[in-house]
Write a protein that binds this ligand. Structure first.
Ligand code: ZN
Length: 80
């Protein structure tokens, strides 16, 4: 009953199995099924038209999700 499950050697092998970040990495997109390339700056090139991961040339960046925050504008005065 001295077995701990995963040995240190196993952990080391798992760490090594992780791919190191390269200058550019190709991968298959699950959404558009196209072969894309992940750039060093985090952008992804090569997505098909209509893919949510596709680069947008608009300078708006990521689309902000609809705010679910309730705006208390002059309602109940909870701050006296
Ligand atoms: Zn895609």
């Amino acid at each position: 009953m001295s077995s701990v499950g995963i040995s240190h050697e196993e952990l080391r092998v798992r760490e090594r199995s992780r791919p190191k970040p390269t200058t550019s990495r190709e991968f298959r997109c699950d959404d558009c099924r196209a072969r894309c390339t992940r750039m060093t700056d985090g952008t992804e090139a090569g997505h098909a038209k209509g893919c949510p991961h596709r680069l947008r040339r608009l300078g708006k960046g990521q689309r902000a999700p609809p705010s679910t925050e309730i705006v208390t504008d002059g309602g109940a005065s909870d701050d006296a």
